[in-house]
Design a protein around this ligand. Structure first.
Ligand code: TYM
Length: 343
């Protein structure tokens, strides 16, 4: 059966190593194994990028930069069935989001961990967009019939909501949506044993995030490679003098092992085997820093060769093609809910 793979990364600032390892890398790896008939959608959810305040003068540029990073990471936009686009340029996303919102329960959205966390950080002025954001994400996924959605662990609950909405809608109206695969199958698809969450290098109990001001704990994909190396070398660890995969007692070391394994493209259990028995953390830090330097140097060299005009051309083509697919799904939904004649 042909598969559809889809993911998106917001453009609310510069992308981080967490974004790359959690979403771009598994996406690019699956692209290498795509078979005939499979479809691959990689987009910029630019309408999702200001659910919390941003500098809007930077949004357009940040969206283009995301596209450049996708391309530099190895996405070949010339391949048939590869679609690169911006969410805002395909109105079907917003239209479907509205329709889905009428089938989403208030209580369901209230349970979303990310909403609870982000709204508590923001105080009084929490936008409605932050609350309804998972519905737009469900629309992003369901419009294209995605089976697999490579995302980091923090997006798991949102993906599960998209599944629930697809099932609810299909139960009411018949087989309209493809139901995305369950989380365990998502992990198997990207060959990971657990959901990916890269933690801050200064506080390894917190997620590495572009929306938190934590420059020493966050590696940006635009960081100078040697600055990034310094961040790894000064990463917070522990004083147990033993290297183990143990998120509870050694989150800093486990985070470094995870970064090391993913950049080296080996399973985590192999990384653990390599470092088991070592009592000094400096070698693990040094080798991880070297991997980060090599990765950033290569990525940045490739990004610098892509012009704005090239990125815009690719988007234009992608948006025309993705619109056709999105419109077909939207039409089925419009007929189902009765706003368009069904025969
Ligand atoms: P966003 O923009 O916050 O993050 C983009 C992707 O990066 C992953 N990620 C991480 N993975 C591991 N460790 C981290 N520290 C880390 N930080 C971020 C996220 O899990 C995500 O996969 N709602 C989404 C964007 C979106 C989307 C979609 C994704 C909108 N529509 C449809 C998939 C399908 C978001 O805010 O991701």
């Amino acid at each position: 059966m042909p598969k559809t793979v889809l993911t998106g990364l917001r453009a609310n600032g510069e992308l981080t190593l967490g974004n790359y390892l959690g979403a771009i890398l598994p996406m690019v790896q699956t692209l290498q194994n795509l078979e005939e008939g499979d479809k691959f959608f990689l987009f910029v959810p630019d309408l999702h990028s200001f659910t919390t305040p941003i500098d809007h003068t930077q949004l357009y540029r940040n969206s283009l930069n995301n596209i450049k990073i996708y391309l530099a990471s190895g996405v070949d936009s010339n391949r048939e069935n590869v679609f690169l686009y911006r969410q805002s340029h395909i109105p079907a996303h917003s239209e479907l989001a509205w329709i889905l919102s009428c089938f989403t329960y208030y209580g369901e959205l209230q349970r979303m961990i990310q909403f609870k966390e982000k709204s508590s950080q923001q105080g009084q002025n929490v936008s409605v967009g932050l609350f309804t954001y998972p519905i737009l994400m469900a629309a992003d996924i369901l419009l294209y019939g995605a089976d697999y959605v490579p995302v980091g662990e923090d997006q798991r609950q949102h993906l599960e909501l998209a599944r629930d909405l697809a099932i609810r809608f299909n139960n009411k109206f018949g087989e309209i949506f493809v139901v995305p695969q369950v989380w365990q199958k998502q992990l198997e698809f990207v060959k990971r044993v657990e959901g990916t969450k890269i933690y801050s290098l200064t506080d390894p109990t917190k997620k590495m995030s572009k929306s938190i001001n934590d420059p020493k704990g966050t590696i940006l994909l635009t960081d100078k490679p040697l600055d990034a190396a310094k961040k790894i070398m000064s990463a917070a660890t522990d004083n147990l003098a033993s290297i183990n995969w143990d998120w509870n007692n050694q989150p800093g070391i486990t985070n470094l092992l995870q970064i090391y394994a993913l950049l080296k493209n080996i399973p985590t259990h192999e990384a653990v085997k390599i470092w088991k028995g070592q009592t000094q953390y400096s070698n693990l830090k040094k080798e991880t820093a070297e991997l980060v330097v090599e990765f950033l140097t290569n990525l940045q060299a490739r990004v610098s060769k892509i012009t704005d005009a090239q990125a815009e051309d690719i988007l234009q083509k992608g948006e025309i093609n993705a619109t056709k697919i999105a419109k077909q799904t939207l039409l089925k939904v419009q007929k189902a809910v009765g706003v368009v004649k069904s025969q």
